[in-house]
Ligand binder design. Structure first.
Ligand SMILES: NC(=O)c1ccc[n+]([C@@H]2O[C@H](COP(=O)([O-])OP(=O)(O)OC[C@H]3O[C@@H](n4cnc5c(N)ncnc54)[C@H](OP(=O)(O)O)[C@@H]3O)[C@@H](O)[C@H]2O)c1
Length: 463
C-alpha cells in the first residue's frame, strides 16, 4: 500500500526540495500534451508530491481558445490568451512549452529564460533548430531547459544517457523514433497495404496528423536524433548534419520480398561516432528479423544505445500520446522541484558545458553500406544476366540474387539483388544503369541493409 508520508532519501533532499512552497507551473498550450500533463498531475498529485517532497501546481495556462481550455482545467488555474503575460509572470517558476512550432515558441522560451524561469519543453523541432541558442541563453541566465518529452515520448532516454550511462563512452545510438512512420511500415508489412493506404489508416486511427509530412519524410526523426546525438556525444545539436530520407517511396512488394529473405524494413535513426567523425542518418533499412529493433511494431518507439562499458542496452515505449508524453514532462518538473537539473553539470546538453564550449564532431565521410536492390522486369532471365554484368562492371560485389515470380501473367517479375557494401557515389550511377536494362519496368528500388551492431546482444537469443 502506498504511504503518503515518506522520508526523502538524502540524495533527493535539498533546502528547496524540503520546502512546502509548491513549484508554480505555467503551461504554454493545452492540447494533446498540455491537457495530458494537467490530467496526470491532478490524478497523481499526492503520489508525485510524496515522491518529490514538494507539490507541483499548474497555476496558469496560455491558449488561443479560452472556452476550450476552461473545460479542461479547474477554476484555480488562470487561463490567458496572452502567452507573453505567462512567461513574464512573477508568480511562475517553470514555463512548460507544449504549444509546438518554432517561431513564437522560440520567442517565448527565450523570454521565459530572460525572466529567470526554468523551462520544460516537448518541442523537438524547436530544440533541433534553435536549441544551441536556447541552451546558451539558459546557461548564461543560470536556468535549466529540460526536454525528456521531446525525444522518445515516454521513454526516459535523456535520463538514461545523462545518468544511467554516464560512465560510458557512447559508441552509437540508434532507434525507431517516429511512431507514425513505424505504424505505417507495420501496416504495410502485416496487411500488404501500399504507402498511401497505410497512411490513410494511420490518419483514421489518430496515429498521423492531417499534414503528416514531417513524420513520413524523416524530419521528425532527424529532430529527435540530433537531440540524442547532442547528449550521447556532448556536441552542439547537429540537426543540419543529419542525412534524412523518409518512407514515402517504399512499396508493399518490397516489404514482402524483404520478409521472404528474413528481413523487416524499418525507419531508423542512427548516430554513430567513428574514427572519421560523426555519422548521422535517418533512413529506411532492412534489419534481420531477429534484431531487437525489428520487433518494434505499430506506433511504438525503441532506442538502442551502445556504450563501451555497458554494451548494448535497449529502451522501449510509446511513440506518441497525451499522457505518455506527460509522463516525461512531469519527470522533468519533478527534477526541477527536487532541485536536480539546476546544477551546472546537469544542465542540457550535459557533457560539453562542463569543459566550456561544446566541440562539434566533423561529419563522417559517406560510409559504405550493403544495399537491397529490386528491379521489376517482363523478362527476368535476360534482366538478371544484364544486371549481374552491370554490377560486375561497376565493381560491386553481390551477396545473393533472388527472382520473385509475377503475381499474374501480365505483371512483371521481380529481381532482388543484395550487394556487398558500396558508397553512394557508386550506387547512383549503378541505379541509372539498371533502370535502362532491357525489359526493366519502373524505377529500381534501393534500400540500405542495416549495418547496426549484429552481436547476439542486439538480437533475440535463440536457445
Ligand atoms: N502529441 C504528441 O503525442 C506529442 C509527443 C511528443 C512531443 N509532442 C510535442 O509537443 C508539442 C505540443 O504538441 P500537441 O500534440 O500537444 O499539440 P496540440 O494538440 O496541437 O496543442 C497545441 C496547444 O497549443 C496552443 N497554442 C498553439 N499556438 C498558440 C498560440 N499562438 N498562443 C497560445 N496557445 C497556442 C493550442 O491552443 P488552442 O487549442 O486554443 O488553439 C493548443 O492548446 C509539439 O511541439 C509536439 O511536437 C507531441
Amino acid at each position: 500500500m502506498f504511504q503518503e508520508s515518506v522520508t526523502l532519501c538524502p540524495a533527493h533532499s535539498s533546502p528547496e526540495a524540503a520546502s512546502e512552497k509548491p513549484l508554480r507551473v505555467g503551461l504554454l498550450g493545452l492540447g494533446t500534451v498540455g491537457a495530458g500533463t494537467y490530467r496526470v498531475l491532478t490524478r497523481n498529485q499526492s503520489l508525485i508530491r510524496a515522491r518529490t517532497g514538494r507539490s507541483i501546481a499548474i497555476t496558469m495556462v496560455a491558449v488561443r481558445d479560452l472556452a476550450r481550455a476552461s473545460a479542461v482545467v479547474g477554476r484555480e488555474v488562470t487561463v490567458t490568451t496572452d502567452p507573453f503575460a505567462l512567461v513574464t509572470h512573477p508568480d511562475i517558476d517553470v514555463v512548460v512549452e507544449v504549444m509546438g512550432g518554432t517561431t513564437l515558441a522560440r520567442e517565448l522560451v527565450l523570454k521565459a529564460i530572460a525572466h529567470g524561469k526554468q523551462v520544460v519543453t516537448a518541442n523537438k523541432a524547436l530544440l533541433a533548430e534553435h536549441g544551441t541558442e536556447i541552451f546558451a541563453a539558459a546557461q548564461a541566465r543560470g536556468v535549466s531547459v529540460a526536454y525528456e518529452g521531446a525525444v522518445a515520448v515516454s521513454i526516459p532516454i535523456i535520463k538514461a544517457l545523462r545518468e544511467g550511462l554516464v560512465a560510458n563512452r557512447i559508441e552509437w545510438v540508434a532507434g525507431i523514433i517516429n511512431g507514425t512512420s513505424n505504424f505505417i511500415l507495420t501496416a504495410m508489412h502485416s496487411q500488404g497495404l501500399g504507402f498511401a493506404a497505410a497512411l490513410q489508416q494511420a490518419q483514421a486511427q489518430g496515429y498521423a496528423e492531417a499534414d503528416p509530412r514531417l513524420d513520413v519524410d524523416g524530419t521528425d526523426a532527424a529532430h529527435k536524433l540530433s537531440l540524442l546525438a547532442a547528449n550521447a556525444f556532448g556536441i552542439p545539436i547537429p540537426f543540419a548534419q543529419v542525412q534524412t530520407e523518409g518512407i514515402e517511396a517504399l512499396d508493399a512488394a518490397d516489404m514482402a520480398y524483404a520478409a521472404h529473405l528474413g528481413y523487416r524494413i524499418k525507419l531508423l535513426g542512427i548516430a554513430r561516432r567513428s574514427a572519421g567523425g560523426l555519422e548521422l542518418q535517418v533512413h529506411p533499412a532492412l534489419l534481420p528479423q531477429d534484431h531487437l529493433l525489428a520487433a518494434v511494431n505499430g506506433s511504438m518507439n525503441a532506442v538502442m544505445v551502445k556504450g563501451d562499458a555497458s554494451g548494448v542496452t535497449l529502451y522501449y515505449g510509446a511513440g506518441a500520446g497525451s499522457e505518455q508524453t506527460a509522463s516525461a514532462v512531469i519527470a522533468d518538473l519533478v527534477d526541477l522541484a527536487r532541485g536536480i537539473g539546476l546544477a551546472q553539470a546537469l544542465r542540457v546538453p550535459p557533457l560539453g558545458f562542463q569543459s566550456g564550449a561544446l566541440k562539434e564532431l566533423p561529419p563522417a565521410p559517406d560510409a559504405a553500406s550493403a544495399w537491397y536492390l529490386r528491379l521489376h522486369s517482363m523478362d527476368v532471365v535476360r534482366c538478371t544476366a544484364a544486371a549481374l554484368q552491370a554490377l560486375a562492371q561497376a565493381g560491386v560485389g553481390l551477396r545473393s540474387q533472388h527472382p520473385f515470380c509475377p503475381s499474374s501473367h501480365h505483371a512483371p517479375a521481380a529481381l532482388v539483388l543484395l550487394t556487398e557494401p558500396i558508397h553512394t557515389t557508386v550506387l547512383r550511377p549503378l541505379l541509372q544503369r539498371l533502370a535502362q536494362l532491357p525489359g526493366v519496368v519502373g524505377v529500381p528500388q534501393a534500400i540500405r541493409m542495416s549495418n547496426l551492431d549484429s552481436t547476439p546482444a542486439a538480437r533475440w537469443q535463440h536457445s
